[in-house]
Design a protein around this ligand. Sequence first.
Ligand SMILES: Nc1ncnc2c1ncn2[C@@H]1O[C@H](COP(=O)(O)OP(=O)(O)OP(=O)(O)O)[C@@H](O)[C@H]1O
Ligand SMILES: C[C@@](O)(CCO)CC(=O)[O-]
Length: 418
Amino acid sequence: MVVAIPQTEFKPFLVSAPGKLILFGEHAVVYGKTAIAGSVSMRAYALVTPRSDSKVRLVLPDISVDVQFDTSKLPQLNPSELSHPCEVENHVGCASVPEGPGRMAVLTFVYLFGCLLAQKPTKGFTVCVRSLLPVGAGLGSSASFNVVLAAALLQLSGQLYKDGKSTADRQLINEWAFAGEQVAHGTPSGIDNSVATYGGFLAYTRGQKPQNLNSSNALRVLITNTNVPKSTKALLAGVRSLRDKHPQVIDGVLDTIHSVAISAISLFESQGEDVEEKLQDIIRLNHGMLSTLGVSHLSLERIREITAAHHMASKLTGAGGGGCALTLVPSNASDETVEDVKRMLAHEGFQCYQTTVGGAGVAISHCVGAQPIEEWVRSMLDRQLSLAPSTKSEDAGYGGVVSAFSILPDTAIAKLAP
Ligand SMILES: Nc1ncnc2c1ncn2[C@@H]1O[C@H](COP(=O)(O)OP(=O)(O)OP(=O)(O)O)[C@@H](O)[C@H]1O
Ligand SMILES: C[C@@](O)(CCO)CC(=O)[O-]
């Protein structure tokens, strides 16, 4: 059965943004040293579809959220009247925001909607976000969520002139995504949302504008989740207390990490044959320094052992104490070798993702290849499932598309642009 789709103000569009990986400089960055981060090919995707009423619906299947608001019940917000974006908590009025893990995501939506759209006569719409990034594993799932949300709402408000492609558009998306990060995290550094917006590789030093590294070398990496829960706060406190006790020693370690990041900058921008080998060296060195700071973990050391046996260098990424490790896959490593390593890591109970670092930042698309998005979503699922007409007529006939998008397997989502 073909579902008739009524005329609405805009056609469905899709926004996507990558997660991030800290390559060098975690922990030292807290003390004013430089860190290098890159975008990962795993992304968050927001499907935006029109509605025929004035409701807005936020569907977040990965964290079991499906909320709907009457636009007139959402607060109009003026950012200059709030001392900090997280104050949105005090302005939700009669909009009912769920408790639990989805609360921050919904509050971010309320904040961005209140600032960007509430003042304008807004037709209803549905935003459904799916992400291929593990939540809370240090890969910037929060930042990519905030970037797709900010870009979607800016696009709906008519403030993007080049579909997010121009420098001005990106700057705007990055600023609003940072505000979203502030709702969730209080005082984030801004590196995560910058990577999710601009993509590629960035050098970041606290208090300075992130520097885009002109690298044409996308890196092939394995990201291995130890599944060991970590407390970033406790790990940061541990390093601080060690530094308080041994300031000269620890400052020396932090300076060395800074030198590693500076070497990485020149390596990323050079083309020499020995670049890969030198990158491997500094990955090992950086991990050694982090281990000296006390933020490694047995599980991370085990990953290093397994990958080292296959001539691959690994280091922890993010706060450490568990969390994720990154492994550089040398360009001459065969697919069999990579599969072997992945199998051994999985055998130890680790979760392993193969990805490239340094790909595209935020992207807004109106088609997938030559297909309109709604057609693509339908074609991805079994016809019986995907063509079921929506029971939610107010979703302007797109309810079935939203439901289909919500349950598409990750393998289908991974095929989406870019
Ligand atoms: N797929 C998603 N759908 C909706 N919200 C998401 C999604 N992924 C992440 N989020 C939001 O981001 C929050 C997780 O952020 P958190 O900072 O804990 O993890 P992370 O960003 O993955 O890790 P890190 O900040 O260490 O890189 C979630 O609680 C939710 O608010
Ligand atoms: C450990 C740290 O350097 C990175 C955590 O992903 C903390 C921070 O920069 O805020």
